[in-house]
Design a binder for this molecule. Sequence first.
Ligand SMILES: N[C@@H](CCC(=O)N[C@@H](CS)C(=O)NCC(=O)O)C(=O)O
Length: 213
Amino acid sequence: MKLYGYWRSSAVYRVRIALHHKGIPFEVVPINLLAGEQLDARYRDVNPQGLVPTLVDGDRLFHQSLAILEYLEETHPSPPLLPTPPHERARVRALADLIACDVHPLQNTRVGLYLIEKLGHTEEERLTWFRHWMTAGLAAFEELVARSPSTGRFCHGDRVTMADVLLVPQLGNARRVECDLEAFPTLTRIEAECLALESFQKAHPDQQPDARP
Ligand SMILES: N[C@@H](CCC(=O)N[C@@H](CS)C(=O)NCC(=O)O)C(=O)O
């Protein structure tokens, strides 16, 4: 498999974690988001949305990190990233969606650029916007996992699931914009459990070939 991505992209980080978790070998094709390579005609041919990740499996292209995670889960079911009972799968997917649908899109590179370049906001206002939406989403995530008996070592029980795969990269984003994570002790505890695992370590942004200081 081939993964088009950028070292610091959290959506790509999700896919790297899943690939390493399942032991699927893959090659990285770096797309430099800061240089705008996602908007080049050559990459738009691969992904007309101009977003990473894109996964290539044989002659097929796959877009959208959640759809890619589901594809990997269906084609490489072991070790799983979803529990078996439907109601448990729904809980894990809801936690993953909270990040992927309600938090991450509001703090994307293109959203930040639009705030500054088109709407005339300052860099500090961009960061305030990012922090606001991340804090709101993470507060709800914290409440959901802290009060649920289904939470264990990880977001759902004692095995890594898609909820962890979404949570850890998002916490990385939150730190980059200096969100205060003190109010989220369950999330940082789960993050520490995840980062002790080889799959998360190998997938970490700093370990990628295109990583910059
Ligand atoms: N919903 C998409 C989001 C992908 C996405 O927003 N990727 C970001 C990097 S984390 C990106 O390519 N940003 C480029 C830009 O904003 O111009 C997914 O989950 O794959």
